[in-house]
Design a binder for this molecule. Sequence first.
Ligand SMILES: NC(=O)c1ccc[n+]([C@@H]2O[C@H](COP(=O)([O-])OP(=O)(O)OC[C@H]3O[C@@H](n4cnc5c(N)ncnc54)[C@H](OP(=O)(O)O)[C@@H]3O)[C@@H](O)[C@H]2O)c1
Length: 259
Amino acid sequence: MSVWDRLSLKGKRAVITGASRGLGFAMAEALGQAGAELILVARDPDKLHQAQQKLQEQQIPCHTLPADLSTPQGAEQMCQQVLDQFGTPDVLINNVGGRRIDLPTEELPLEQWLRILDLNLNQAFVCTKILGGAMLKRRWGRVINVASICAMIATPLIKGRSYETAKAALVMFTRATAADWAPYGVTVNAIAPGAFLTDTNRRWFQQRPGFQQQIEQEIPMRRLGSPEEIGPLALLLASDAASYITGAVFVIDGGRTLV
Ligand SMILES: NC(=O)c1ccc[n+]([C@@H]2O[C@H](COP(=O)([O-])OP(=O)(O)OC[C@H]3O[C@@H](n4cnc5c(N)ncnc54)[C@H](OP(=O)(O)O)[C@@H]3O)[C@@H](O)[C@H]2O)c1
């Protein structure tokens, strides 16, 4: 089998959370271009529909599933819907997450702390348990958790340490689950992005003039990542080509964590 055949996702079904824009959309597009049938999850049905149209223009088979994953209950409902409507997926990308808060620890209310743990960690646990758990019986599956370089370093420029904490826990959840599920042919890996130029970050930059340049100065490549640069990495991890990779954390950050 050629290396291109091993990267093909023909006949595979992938659930991508937070897929209507940003990194989630870019990863969905890469998997779709490699032949996967996609199930896109996000809250806003109109944005989901727009994303679906962009993918269908490329002849990528694509379904949408509006759901709010900000609570474990919301995640549970979404997973049941996936199983009822589409059956067990082959690939799950747990991409929903975000910092949302810029408050120092000494001022951070407990409820905000818990909200960020729900958004970045607890819903990913629920989706992995239900959808990844269903893959075990079939003895083939791919779970990809989108963490952050903030699982390894704290960014001095933005506060809200619930984010660093949740992403670091997501990395250890990835490694421990990978060890448990390796005998079943279900791999569990994490991607740890540095700063990418997504809509959410564009908004931060508009609110704080000079902030983008400050961040770029910290990156050896002197630029932010472009969302499509994450697609090929997600594709590799979703494919048969990554059959011996599990429990790994792939940093993609233009060298930010090297300095
Ligand atoms: N961008 C970066 O520089 C960067 C760096 C490191 C790590 N990351 C991580 O990468 C992931 C994606 O980041 P991103 O910047 O691409 O995010 P984004 O641009 O903010 O996109 C978020 C996606 O998630 C959906 N979403 C947000 N909240 C949701 C919820 N409660 N339930 C369901 N869907 C929800 C959004 O659609 P709706 O709003 O319609 O729900 C959208 O499709 C996150 O886990 C983030 O922590 C990003």
